[in-house]
Design a protein around this ligand. Sequence first.
Ligand code: FE2
Length: 319
Amino acid sequence: MELQTTRRDLLKKATLAGAIGLLPGLALADGKKGKSTRKRLVRIAHFTDAHVNSTGAGSKWLGKALEHVNSIADAPSTILFGGDMVFDGTMVSKDQMAAQWVEFHATLRNNNSIPVKYCLGNHDIWGWGSTQVDPREPEYGKQWARDTLQMDHTHYSYDESGWHFIVLDSISKFRHGYIGKLGSEQLDWLDRDLAAHADKPTFIMSHIPLLSACTTFFGNSEVDGNKWHVPGTLMHIDARHTKDLFLKHPNVKLCVSGHIHMVDRVDYNGVSYLCDGAVSGNWWKGNFQETPPGYSLIDLYDDGTWKRDYIKYGWTAEG
Ligand SMILES: [Fe+2]
């Protein structure tokens, strides 16, 4: 009942806004709307969950994916790396962590000439899950990734060609692991940043989804107490707060994430939430559930609409 009321209210507001020529945050933006008049302002690629490991599979196939995107005639202006650049840093020694970053950087150096930006994933963090790593190590936690990826801040924003881009830091420490959470300081920053760029359609990237449908397909709901179970490690535990912020700031059009290794799309309150599949697929063993290894190309238009294509870059079991 409550959902029906909310939807009816939204539709009423949309009709009203349409009548006065405004659709603030209520248009379900996608590739099918306004095709004839809209103008593309920017094209980006979203590479997430590359999980470059030390066996060679990661660098080989990330290299192929980079080769693929670099060969597109109408190439993206930027590759946004959505996190989990390396296979795993949480449980490994200093030498193992170093080897993964060396492999990741070499793969980019050898296969890519498109500018890149980074978002931190849970696997990019060193030592949080290990009792062997001393927390007093200067590179402990997020510091190693920040140093090697030259990130002044783990959340930041910038403008490109009429769109505003926000990169969030999903990863909050929780016991000996992590949880998807921005926390009050980052939420305050996000509120201020959205207010300061209210004149631009806004794209948000996080590693962990702010809102996602495919997170429900982890576990087995029928045997797990007949409940859908979505832990805060799979989807932001503070999504109610971001949902409220986006109602306050209807310039937010698109929220893109990774982490789940599955492609989905959720439209809620005029914001589209896209989860993308992983460059690594099932950690270099093929499809993860139904989603093949891939990356996405996202076009952003002058009317606040967008278009996503999920690209299979040619991963094969045979190599
Ligand atoms: Fe991942």
